[in-house]
Write a protein that binds this ligand. Structure first.
Ligand code: FAD
Length: 493
């Protein structure tokens, strides 16, 4: 059985880690594809500044669902990287932990081949009138680069970055902030620098700039100017009301869907059960970054409970999300998605303290109401809504607006996905990413229907796996995809 894994970040490494556990692995020949830089590490955990931290305590992030301390234990056992405050470790350390898995397997098993090239095309080889299909993977347009497989896993991670003001290619415009240690190579000490976006990627840039260029002031700006929340003390929580049993009952009475309002009623009951003042916390922000960060730092217990229940909702979002009608999914994205986004994936408290210090000492300014950015051939001009006189001028702009979610937004930075869509292997999901079966991660092709042996995991499936892109959720999907695949084949024999 020939298997291709395309993309060797968290999802790719996790799939391989699952495959090797089964007796059937002996009969497999697995080719893993990625570029030499990201092979085994992926994009978020690539080699970069040690200022970029994983967003949860190291003891809680692991590729092993049975041992959430495994990464931390790995860190303690090795002697190459040592940090004085290892509670939140740099992200690239997690990358080395993942890569260690890949390299160990590669040494141990002869049937794993690392192909350090990016994949350009995957097409389906089937004779006219035949339903028996093979998958062909190509790293270039040359026919001798084509490899045929029985099973393909598409695990290419995040799509390329948005370019909201069409500035890509403009001198001084940095289209993606990673790796951060390359972003400011060309910057002069007199340059004025702006970051567009106030989410997690902009925190990375702030941490990097303030550590390595302490005399460079930066403006951080976005439409809302909201920073992510600060991590509180997050307890273990289980839903009492938002349960598959309650959803199944409601579905029977509502033509197969759970109305969003009914789901929210159950969620509010869970919040009441855990004494979480949900309305108050949703509306706690005043629009003043120092006051907002300080509030979060001072309300660790209550905010931690709120973050735990939102994290739990995200973990279960596969069946919650896919129980809604399309109209309710759109309503959710319009009215509730931003609450989920701002309050989950919180920043470590020490990042919050660092931002407060740098706002107070004038190195960072956070501005909201960004409406437009133009380049006049020399400078970038920022215009803010409701204040037509407030126009700022910058020399360097770092884009931290996050990655695209819809296939309709892609350009040749995502050539593989465009090719897959063009060859009718994948099709767009109306709410983002590609169509897959939620229960199995099998891709639904517009030409061949459900592809029995082609699977997608990660952000490319965001229309179905709404907000489920953290390490643990990816690992859970990898476990269940391999379990379903190999049990299905066993049952057939
Ligand atoms: C900046 C950032 C920070 C994050 N921090 C955290 C965190 O601290 N904790 C957490 O739980 N989650 C975090 N996440 C969420 C993160 O996306 C997931 O946890 C996880 O890394 C995603 O895994 P993945 O395998 O889908 O993507 P990746 O790990 O990025 O792997 C995708 C791989 O596919 C490769 N690839 C792409 N195109 C091709 C091609 N054509 N051919 C071959 N290979 C290809 C890429 O080079 C890459 O190595 C973060 C995300 C981002 C963007």
């Amino acid at each position: 059985m020939r298997i291709a894994i395309i993309g060797m970040g968290t999802a790719g490494v996790s799939l391989l880690k699952e495959l090797v556990k089964y007796d059937e692995f002996d009969q497999m020949k697995v080719d893993v594809y990625d570029n030499p830089k990201n092979m085994g590490q992926g994009i978020p955990f690539q080699n970069d500044s040690d200022q970029l931290l994983i967003n949860l305590p190291a003891k809680q992030m692991s590729l092993n669902l049975k041992n959430e301390r495994e990464f931390y234990e790995w860190y303690q056992q090795q002697s190459i990287f040592k940090f004085s405050n290892p509670e939140y470790l740099p992200r690239f350390i997690f990358g080395h932990y993942m890569k260690d898995y890949l390299e160990t397997y590669h040494k141990q098993y002869k049937n794993i081949q690392m192909i350090k090239k990016e994949v350009l095309e995957v097409f389906i080889d089937a004779d006219i009138g035949e339903t028996n299909i093979k998958y062909v993977v190509c790293t270039s347009e040359k026919p001798d680069c084509q490899q045929q497989y029985d099973i393909v896993f598409l695990t290419v991670g995040t799509l390329s970055y948005h370019d909201p003001y069409q500035l890509k290619g403009t001198p001084g415009y940095i289209q993606t902030p990673y790796p951060t240690y390359d972003t400011l190579n060309e910057v002069d000490s007199t340059d004025r620098i702006a970051i567009i976006g106030t989410g997690l990627a902009s925190l990375d840039v702030i941490r990097f700039v303030t550590a390595h260029h302490p005399n460079l002031p930066i403006s951080v700006t976005s439409r809302k100017g909201h920073l992510p929340s600060v991590r509180g003390n997050m307890p273990e929580i289980q839903f009492k009301y938002v349960t598959p049993e309650n959803f199944n009952k409601i579905k029977k009475e509502n033509l197969g869907n759970v109305p969003l309002e009914d789901a929210l009623t159950l969620f509010r009951k869970d919040c009441t059960y855990y004494d979480i003042p949900v309305e108050k916390l949703v509306h706690r922000r005043k629009g003043d970054p120092i006051a907002d960060l300080t509030y979060d730092l001072e309300h660790k217990e209550i905010l931690g409970k709120f973050q735990s229940i939102l994290e739990l909702a995200k973990e279960n979002l596969n069946w919650i999300w896919n129980s809604f009608s399309r109209d309710d999914q759109k309503t959710f994205l319009r009215n509730y998605q931003s609450i989920l986004k701002e309050n989950s994936n919180p920043m470590p408290p020490r990042t919050a303290r660092l931002i407060i210090n740098h706002i107070q000492n004038g190195q960072i300014e956070i501005k909201k109401g960004l409406e437009d950015v133009k380049h006049d051939g020399q400078h970038f001009w920022f215009k803010y809504e409701d204040d037509f006189k407030a126009i700022d001028k910058f020399d360097v702009v770092i884009n931290a607006t996050g990655s695209k979610s819809h296939l309709s937004e892609l350009d040749n930075d995502d050539q593989l996905i465009l090719n897959l869509e063009n060859r009718q292997v994948v099709q767009a999901h109306p709410l983002g990413g590609i169509q897959i079966i939620p229960e199995t991660n099998q891709i639904i092709s517009p030409r061949y229907g459900t592809l029995k042996n082609m699977f997608a995991l990660g952000q490319l499936t965001n229309g179905i796996n709404q907000s489920r892109n953290g390490v643990t959720m990816i690992v859970k999907q990898a476990v269940s995809v391999v379990e379903n695949l190999l049990n299905r084949d066993q049952n057939k024999c």
